[in-house]
Structure formats: C-alpha cells, structure tokens
Ligand binder design. Structure first.
Ligand code: NAD
Length: 480
C-alpha cells in the first residue's frame, strides 16, 4: 500500500496542518490502495503563499517562454520513462482499464506536455501595432497565482492540462486534485521537480469540495481553472463572478455521434465504442448518444449491441480488459438510478442494464439502450458510465436538431462515406470540438465547451492565452 504523510507545498514535502487522512480505494478490490494527508484551508494558505512568493519575488514570471517551455519537454520524457508505473497507479486509483490507460492516462499527458513545450518556439508575448500617435506594444503578461481544481477521471491528464499552460505563461499554481485520485499527483510533483520546475511554482493540496471552495475565493489567487461537473462549475463560476476573478471551466458533455446512411456500419461501430465507452464511459468527451436514421436504425442498434455485449469486463490491470469498474460505489448507485430512469421512461435495454456478477468491484454492465427519445433523462444527462443510447432520426436536419438539443456542447462526431456532406453537417453542430469519421482530441487546437459544457478554452496557444492578461503599452510618440 502507498502511504504519504506529507504534502508537496512550495517545492518541499511538508507536514500537513491537519490530522485528517484521505484513503484512496481501489474500485476493483474495494480495498485501500493508499493514504495521503487530507489538505485543509491552512495547507491551501501555505500553498497560495508559496505560489505568491514565487510569482512576486523570483525571476519565474520574467523568464522567456522558451525557457519555461523547455521544462515541459523534460517532464514529458520523464512521464514516458515511468509509463508502466503511472498506468498501474492510475488504474488502481480509479479503475481505468490499463490497456486504454497507457494511452489515455499517461501517453496523452506527455503529448500535451510536448505540444506546450513546442509553443516555446512560436508563442509570441509582444506585438507592435499602430496606435493613435505612435506605436503601441500589445503585451501578454502572466495573470499570477492560479488555483487549479481537477476531477478523478483522467487525473494526470487534467493536472497537465492546467499546469503546463500556466507554466508556459509564467504563472504559479496551486493544484487541488480529487480525493479519489490523490496518489498520482505525488509522482507528478516528483516529475515536475526533476524536470527543473523552480520551488514554489507548483504546490499540490489534495482534498474535497470544501478546500476547493476555499481556494476559489482565496484573496491571493488571480485566476481559477476548473474541470469537473457542470453543477460544481456553475457554483465556481458564480463565486468567481462575485470577485471578478478570471475563470476557465471545462465541464460535462453528452456528445452525439451522427451515423449517416452512407457510413459503413461494420467499420464505424468499433470506433463508436472507443469514443463512447473509453475509460469505462468516464470521459467528458464520450460520444454517448449514437444517432442513426430510421431506415438504418436496426442495423446500427444491432451492431452496437453485439459489439458492446462482447466487451471484456474485469480487472483493470489485466491488459485484455476493455471495461473496468466505475470509480466509486456512489457513482455506481447513481448510474444504476439512471438505468432505471431509462427503463421507466420507455427505453429498451438491448444489452447490459445492471450490475455484473463480480462479487467485488463497482462494476456496471456495459449497456445499450434502444428506442431512445432525445427528451429522455438518459439522453439529456451525463451518465459517466459504460452506457450508450441509440436514437433514431428522420433525416439529416432532424439529426442536426437532435445533436444540438442538449444543454451540453463539448464534442461530437459525424460518420459517413461522403466526406463533404459529413463535414458540412459537422459545421452545424454547436460544440467546442467535432470530428469527422474518427474520434480524437487534437492537442494543438482549442478545446472547450459551448453552453453548459464550459467557459474558455484549453490546449494550443489559446490554452496559454487563458493564463495571460493583455496589456497595451503606448510608446512615446516622439521616440518613434
Ligand atoms: P466534481 O465537479 O464533483 O469534482 C471535480 C473537482 O472539483 C474535484 O476536485 C472536487 O473536489 C472539486 N469540487 C467539487 N465541487 C466544488 C466546489 N463547489 N468548489 C470547488 N471545488 C469543487 O466532478 P467529478 O465527479 O470529480 O468529475 C466528473 C465530471 O468532470 C464530469 O461531469 C465530467 O464531464 C467532467 N470533466 C470535464 C472535462 C472537460 O474537459 N470538459 C474533463 C474531465 C471531466
């Protein structure tokens, strides 16, 4: 069992201020996988003060972008060097199947680090424009101390999504991971330190909602970046609004995969499963609504059902496992409640629909619902489990209408052999990202949500912009 008795604050492992402990439970064995100190408001104070000092009194914020970005390149290599260890650790914390986790939980963060490291060569912080009487220099300046709050579903990925752009920008960060995944951040801290991050630029205080709320409104914090549920994001956005504090929110999703009649169902279905059930369905970008025309509906539903029924469910550390347990018992109960809602509102379970026969582990059977109307709860609410809904459409305008009939707008996909048609349809879907005939995240492009899926963008140069103030310096007209 992994045990930490200190917190990583200001570049040191320090005694925690409180006496509480977080137990990280392995969702497959239901046993304690590790223990760490539970962060308190006093620990947040110490971490924010270290971040403030590093920002206000060291050369960190005035180093060049290239100097700071170089650290991220080294961190990426270090993550790759610890790939197996990190994959196992994260699967043990939250149940991600390690076959997927190797890519989604570990390689993907190192790719995001590489992308931000690459911006060291291209990201401009100054641009001269014509002003009223002479030149004006438009400068980007780091916002300052960042409070970063992340969920448990892709913990290392989310840590990198926050810390890497903040580092490029020249900010300092207090990271609050979820209690469910409080172990891997210790490895992340080691890696960032070994990569050359100066002391105080990153502190990590694991804990629950209360210290998250405390961090959001802390008087010495300049910017909040949050990934998590829409409900929490709305509260955080409101708290930041009251303080006029800049905030980036990456929230939930209920993305649609539109399968056009021209799509080759046999080729598309395996990709729909990857896009919909990755990480046991615990992905904000999961394509959980599959839209098929009425004439093609039975063929798509049958193929999806057959493929989902064949998924291998089991031990996340077994490389052949495709679906592991969900993160926590309360999450399993929540999902079971949504499955009941689906049945009672008239949807038809074509495979799965309940718990598996495992004696231990918070498993949900990979489930497909047919005859789903987009108004049903299962089509409107994010389930965050291995559950797909197949929804019929009348024609292409109806498919677009259904895809857009959602409080969310994070991701989506269009599948069809007429690429021009699929692309034109993709342009009519009101989401932050959309894919044609594949599913992937493009790390060099802005990522974020329309509507209740969030506010602001991460990744690409836009990801760094989110940590920058813009300043206009009008030069002495006589000097020009
Ligand atoms: P959650 O909102 O319950 O918790 C997320 C984090 O916020 C945790 O660290 C939690 O302790 C903290 N928190 C919760 N309420 C808070 C509050 N009022 N003030 C401050 N901090 C608070 O979400 P979760 O269940 O951990 O994660 C799953 C959710 O995250 C899903 O809705 C998923 O779609 C979303 N998510 C979004 C993205 C994205 O990029 N859009 C990526 C991954 C996950």
């Amino acid at each position: 069992m992994i045990s930490h008795d200190r917190l990583y604050i200001g570049g040191e492992l320090v005694e925690p201020a409180g006496t509480g402990t977080i137990e990280v439970i392995n969702p497959f064995t239901e046993e304690v996988a590790g223990r760490v100190p539970e962060g308190t408001n006093a620990d947040i104070d110490l971490a924010v003060s270290a971040a403030r000092t590093a920002f206000d009194t060291t050369d960190w914020s005035t180093r060049t972008v290239a100097e700071r970005a170089e650290i991220l390149g080294r961190a990426s290599a270090l993550i790759q060097g610890r790939m197996d260890e990190l994959t196992q650790l994260i699967s043990t914390e939250m149940g991600s199947p390690s076959g997927w986790g190797m890519f989604g939980q570990v390689l993907a963060p190192s790719m995001v680090l590489d992308m931000y490291a690459g911006l060291g060569a291209t990201y401009e912080v100054e641009e001269t424009r014509p002003g009223m009487f002479g030149p004006v220099v438009v400068r980007k300046e780091p916002m300052g101390v960042v409070g970063a709050i992340i969920p448990w579903n892709v913990p290392l990925f989310e840590a990198v999504m926050k810390v890497a752009p903040a580092v490029v920008a020249g900010c300092t960060v207090v990271l609050k991971p979820s209690p469910e995944t409080a172990l891997d951040p210790y490895v992340f801290a080691e890696i960032m330190e070994e990569a050359g991050l100066p002391k105080g630029v990153l502190s990590i205080v694991p804990g629950g909602r209360e210290i998250g709320e405390y961090l959001v409104t802390h008087p010495l914090v300049d910017k909040i970046t949050f990934t998590g549920s829409t409900a929490a994001g709305m509260k955080i956005g409101a708290a930041c609004g009251a303080l006029l504090r800049p905030v980036t929110l990456e929230l939930g999703g209920k993305s649609a995969a539109i399968v056009l009649d021209s799509a080759d169902v046999a080729t598309v279905v395996p990709q729909l499963l990857d896009a919909g059930i990755m990480n046991n369905g615990q992905a904000c970008v999961a394509q959980t609504r599959i839209l098929a025309s009425r004439s093609n509906y039975d063929a798509v539903l049958d193929a999806v059902t057959e493929a989902v029924a064949a998924l291998v469910v089991g031990d996340p550390l077994d490389p052949t496992t495709q679906v592991g347990p969900v993160v926590a018992e309360r999450q399993r109960e929540r999902i079971l409640g949504l499955l009941d809602a689906g049945r009672s509102e008239g949807a038809r379970v074509t495979t799965g629909g309940g718990r598996t026969s495992h004696e231990k582990g918070w498993f949900i059977e990979p489930t497909v619902f047919g005859d789903v109307d987009n108004k049903m709860t299962i089509a409107q609410e994010e389930i965050f489990g291995p559950v797909l809904s197949v929804i019929p459409f009348d024609d292409v305008p109806d498919a677009i209408r259904i895809a857009n009939d959602s409080q969310y707008g994070l991701s989506g996909s269009v599948w069809g052999s007429d690429v021009e048609e699929a692309t034109q349809i993709a342009k009519q879907i009101r989401t932050g990202t959309i894919n044609v005939n594949h599913f992937a995240m493009a790390f060099g492009a802005p990522f974020g949500g329309y509507k209740n899926s969030g506010l602001g963008r991460e990744l690409g140069p836009e990801g760094v912009d989110a940590f920058m103030e813009k300043n206009a310096l009008s030069l002495d007209p006589a000097a020009g």
